[in-house]
Design a binder for this molecule. Structure first.
Ligand SMILES: [Zn+2]
Ligand SMILES: [Zn+2]
Length: 150
């Protein structure tokens, strides 16, 4: 096998082999790393998810500190805040895109479309249950009272 072409072929073959082993090793390493750092890995994932959620809430509030958009509520405890489908259809939508992080990813991917607002769980629940939140009714009454006063 004196001929140059064969030699080149052999070298290429060797490089390929080396590359495959290297990749294989790297893949194993990654797997091993995730295995060894599963806790930290999970922590990173949930940190990223929390960040994504915060970004969505901030966007729909137009404020760095997200708060419930219901008049008379203004809940700021982030764990209580949810994104509400203003015109309903949430259940169907969650079925399509998935709930939780999938939903927040969807919002981001679609450039934060209109039709959503931030509500706390109480207000969100009340809206679903009574059609509107009692806070809103109270705010409307106050508005009427103020109109009369004026
Ligand atoms: Zn609220
Ligand atoms: Zn409310």
């Amino acid at each position: 096998m004196d001929n140059g072409a064969d030699f080149v072929k052999m070298v290429i073959e060797r490089i390929r082999e080396k590359e495959t082993t290297r990749r294989e090793k790297q893949r194993m390493c990654n797997k091993q790393w995730i295995e060894n750092h599963r806790d930290r890995h999970n922590a990173n994932v949930s940190k990223n998810n929390a960040k994504l959620r915060l970004q969505c809430l901030q966007h729909y509030c137009g404020s760095e500190v997200p708060f419930c958009q219901c008049p008379g509520c203004r809940e700021t405890t982030i764990q209580f805040l949810t994104i509400d489908h203003i015109n309903g259809g949430g259940t169907q939508h969650f079925k399509e895109v998935g709930g939780g992080t999938n939903f927040y990813n969807w919002l981001k991917r679609n450039n934060y479309p209109d039709g959503f607002q931030v509500l706390c769980m109480n207000c969100n629940h009340a809206k679903g249950h009574y059609g509107k939140c009692p806070h809103k009714e109270r705010a409307e009454l106050i508005e009427i009272a103020l109109t009369f006063e004026g």
